[in-house]
Design a protein around this ligand. Structure first.
Ligand code: AMP
Ligand code: ZN
Length: 469
């Protein structure tokens, strides 16, 4: 049983999916106006690990994460560089995907782009106006927060205090709003900005409506898990709830998960404070696997401080796991295929306890810190209970257990070996022989096996040509 800490109820709750065996999950993605910083990487790593654990548990996970590709900051950057906003967002989406690959973050099932979903946003805003939850004023459309009774249920804020605190806003130019907490769904075009035609005039959507529309389109009106950094609880997620629930009349998200911040020198790391490192900068000094491992050594709801010393410590810790996996591989290469002894069979029973410990930690609100401790116990065990004298099958089970657990964490401990040219030629020859014998299944299997390793075959009149992708 997986338990999740739900920001809304402030307790750990048993995970019960809307649809059996399936998880519908939405994670707010980055605004793409620059390289992502390592703070932005934290939710990516955390929720990718959550996804991997669900998959390991046999769930079919529909994982949606957007790119916010229309925003003031993107427009500002475009003006600075004298290029289009589109060029900026396309460039940094591509760079972000490279960083994600380096951190071994799986691509989402869908990565929607806000600019590709404008029609859906206009539709939802129109619907909200029709239902009395939104109102247009001079080309701007606002959400009427007072009409949505449970506004504030996620962030547990005292709305009257907030309203009082925000009253000054009303005086300073936003006097078109009925209530200081009303937020923008659609804003009118300013000169030189990207804009779309709408019933309220040319303009662009507000940030909050994007996520409501994209999660509804790709996951349905109700989703299991919604994730993001803790700074998104208010107002972003509170507003998403208001929009989606006012529109659909159903509970929008069952479990709200929020990661704590990554700090630097014990101060919040952020672009506006200028105290940040990009993932790209870190990748010049360290393998990004180390960054991933560093992040997972803390529980996702605990603040995490970044420092060079902690990264060095993570590097050494990860090295211990990698070395253990490499040693096992070396022993396997030198071991004999023989029956497992009774002692070996008993040993593998003991190993199951580490797997159980790992699962218990992950079941408890994805406690990766304790899960990693279980991996180290396994490493210690493998270091003292394996040698080339063991049965091959025993060693293989040990190794697979270790690599499977690391795979759930998304930490790569064994690099895929590159195929040598000779191996490739041999496989191609085997494929030709299979084809000659009309064993097309085997021939296709070899082709796919090569493709997985990045080898592309081309059948030509002169024979088979191949190249590395
Ligand atoms: P943004 O591009 O600012 O919208 O941020 C994208 C994601 O990164 C959001 O989920 C933020 O909450 C998260 N985030 C931003 N800075 C940090 C940080 N220092 N630590 C952890 N998460 C962060
Ligand atoms: Zn969002």
């Amino acid at each position: 049983m997986i338990k999740i800490y739900n920001t809304e109820t402030k307790r750990k709750e048993e995970f019960v999916p809307i649809e059996e065996g399936k998880v519908r999950m939405y994670v707010c993605g980055p605004t793409v106006y620059n390289f992502i910083h390592i703070g932005n990487a934290r939710p990516m790593i955390v929720f990718d690990t959550v996804r991997r654990y669900f998959e390991y548990k046999g769930y079919d996970v529909n994982f949606v994460s957007n790119f916010t590709d229309v925003d003031d900051k993107i427009i500002k950057k475009a003006i600075e560089e004298g290029v289009s906003a589109d060029e900026i967002s396309q460039r940094y989406i591509a760079e972000c995907k490279k960083d994600m690959a380096g951190m071994n973050i799986k691509p989402a099932t869908t990565h929607p782009l806000a600019t590709q979903e404008i029609d859906g946003m206009i539709e939802m805003i129109s619907d909200l106006i029709e239902k009395g939850y939104a109102y247009p004023v001079n080309g701007t459309v606002y959400f009427r927060t007072r009409k949505f009774d449970s506004y504030g249920k996620l962030s547990h804020k005292n709305l009257d205090d907030l309203r009082a605190g925000n009253r000054t806003l009303l005086v300073s130019g936003e006097d078109e709003k009925e209530d200081p907490l009303d937020f923008v769904l659609w804003k009118p075009k300013k000169e030189g900005e990207p804009a779309w035609v709408s019933p309220w005039g040319e303009g662009r959507p507000g940030w909050h409506i994007e996520c409501s529309v994209m999660s509804k389109k790709y996951l349905g009106e109700q989703i299991d898990i919604h994730g993001g950094g803790e700074d998104l609880v208010f107002p972003h997620h509170e507003n998403e709830i208001a929009q989606s629930e006012a529109c659909c009349g159903k509970v929008f998200t069952r479990y709200w998960m929020h990661n704590a911040f990554l700090n630097i020198d014990n101060k919040k790391m952020s672009k506006s404070l200028g105290n940040f490192f990009t993932v790209r900068e870190i990748s010049e000094k360290y393998d990004l696997q180390i960054l991933r491992f560093f992040m997972l050594q803390a529980h996702y709801r605990s603040p995490l401080n970044f420092s060079a010393e902690l990264m060095e410590a993570s590097k050494n810790s990860l090295d211990r796991i990698v070395t253990a996996a490499e040693n096992l591989k070396h022993f396997i290469g030198n071991s004999a295929e023989k029956e497992m002894t009774a002692e070996e069979t008993a040993s593998l029973e003991e190993v199951k306890a580490f797997v159980q410990k790992f699962e218990e930690a992950m079941d408890d609100d994805f406690n990766t810190a304790d899960a990693i401790s279980a991996v180290f116990e396994l490493v210690k065990y493998a270091n003292t209970h394996a040698s080339a004298d063991n049965a091959k099958s025993y060693l293989e089970t040990l190794r697979k257990t270790l690599t499977d657990l690391c795979d759930i964490l998304g930490v790569i401990v064994e690099k895929e070996e590159e195929l040598l040219d000779a191996d490739i030629e041999n496989l191609i020859a085997e494929r030709q022989a299979a084809r000659k014998a009309k064993d097309f299944a085997r021939a296709d299997e070899i082709r796919n096996e090569l493709l997985e390793k990045g080898i592309i075959l081309k059948d030509t009149r002169e024979g088979v040509q191949w190249k590395r992708a």
